[in-house]
Ligand binder design. Structure first.
Ligand SMILES: Cc1cc2nc3c(=O)[nH]c(=O)nc-3n(C[C@H](O)[C@H](O)[C@H](O)COP(=O)(O)O)c2cc1C
Length: 333
């Protein structure tokens, strides 16, 4: 039986808790084949987000960007496309274009810390200038008012330094966002340092929109602790933790931890899915290396094989290394 939705899943497994868990977007990794296979193997994720699509003056998405979001390539339910932009006209075009593919909810990226993005005043870089952000949102919400598309934001809490959190929240409060996902770090930190829970507390107290917490939730116990700290928090978003252990959400919802056999089938299914879009199997190898960068954590003391894996060029060579990796796989991580 295929179970598609978290609520069905919880009912099926008699789960009492009601965590709502989103899969974070990771550029280059959480693409359509990955999302589709993940949902098939590990239902229980309430929303998947696409890596950002760039809205720019060409008013065109790249072929790969479009391919990643069109419905025929996506079986994962509740997929939310994400846009990177700091120009209202370009953003409005992008929202309308994506809506024409059949989406009613779209997310704006206000958190990407990559220097090439932030140097252009996009992603977390947009948080350097809150007045411009406010003006951008005013234009965007006005133009999109009657389109029936709901907008959410995924935000950091500043770029070079912590923004004026009160002002940032006041800006978000001015517009009818569907939800605000907060990754409480500044852009300059990239993925280092500790998420700023004090800043998130301010969001909890002052933001009028439903909130989602994101950042460093790497296991079921951390998730439980987070929901204990914020009992009214509607949702949590996990990225690297879910790539490392694809069954993490299931386990957090009260289900079984990942087994070795399941992990093996999952990895092969990912490779099969990538084979549908990459005729050259070297691309499959390079995609799988990115995933194993996180998953290798499930195989303690496998450093030697990890090196072998990194050096593998062909798919058979790589799959050989994978088989060896699995002999180090530790269940119930
Ligand atoms: C390789 C990589 C690519 C990412 N790409 C995106 C992206 O396209 N859009 C986005 O909003 N966040 C992106 N992020 C940030 C993640 O969505 C998430 O906010 C971050 O990893 C913190 O959550 P985590 O600790 O659960 O992984 C990326 C992160 C990484 C490591």
């Amino acid at each position: 039986m295929t179970i598609k939705f978290a609520s069905e899943y919880k009912k099926r497994f008699h789960m009492s808790n009601i965590y709502t868990i989103y899969f974070a977007p990771l550029e280059g990794i959480t693409l359509a084949p990955f999302r589709n296979v993940h949902q098939e193997f590990f239902p229980g994720i309430s929303k998947y987000f696409t890596p950002f699509l760039v809205a720019n003056q060409t008013l065109h998405f790249k072929n790969g960007e479009k391919r990643d979001i069109v419905k025929e390539n996506n079986t994962a339910k509740n997929l939310i496309p994400q846009i990177l932009s700091n120009k209202a006209e370009e953003f409005i075009w992008a929202v309308r274009e994506i809506a024409s593919y059949g989406y009613q909810e779209i997310n704006i990226n206000l958190g990407c810390p990559s220097p090439t993005v932030t140097a252009r005043g996009k992603g977390a870089g947009f948080l350097r200038d809150l007045q411009s952000l406010d003006a951008f949102l005013e234009k965007a919400f006005e133009a999109l008012e009657n389109t029936g598309v709901a907008l959410s934001a995924k935000t950091r809490i500043g770029m070079d330094e912590k923004a004026d959190i009160g002002e940032l929240i006041a800006i978000y409060n001015r517009y009818p966002f569907k939800e605000i996902i907060v990754h409480p770090r500044i852009g300059r930190e990239l993925y280092r340092g500790t998420p700023d829970r004090e800043a998130f507390d301010r969001f909890i107290k002052e933001c009028r929109h439903p909130l989602c917490y994101n950042g460093d939730i790497n296991g079921p116990s951390e998730m439980k602790a987070l929901f204990q700290d914020y009992p009214t928090l509607p949702a949590v978003m996990c990225g690297r933790g879910l790539i490392r252990d694809p069954a993490m959400a299931r386990e957090a919802l009260g289900g079984a931890p990942l087994t070795k056999e399941e992990a093996k089938r999952y990895v092969r299914a990912l490779e099969d899915a990538y084979a549908q879009i990459y005729p050259d199997s070297r691309h499959i190898v390079s995609k799988m290396k990115e995933i194993w960068f996180y998953m290798a954590d499930l195989c303690p003391e496998s450093e030697k094989i990890q090196k072998k894996m990194k050096k593998s060029r062909t798919l058979p060579e790589f799959q050989n290394a994978e088989d060896e990796m699995f002999s180090f796989f530790k269940e119930e991580n």
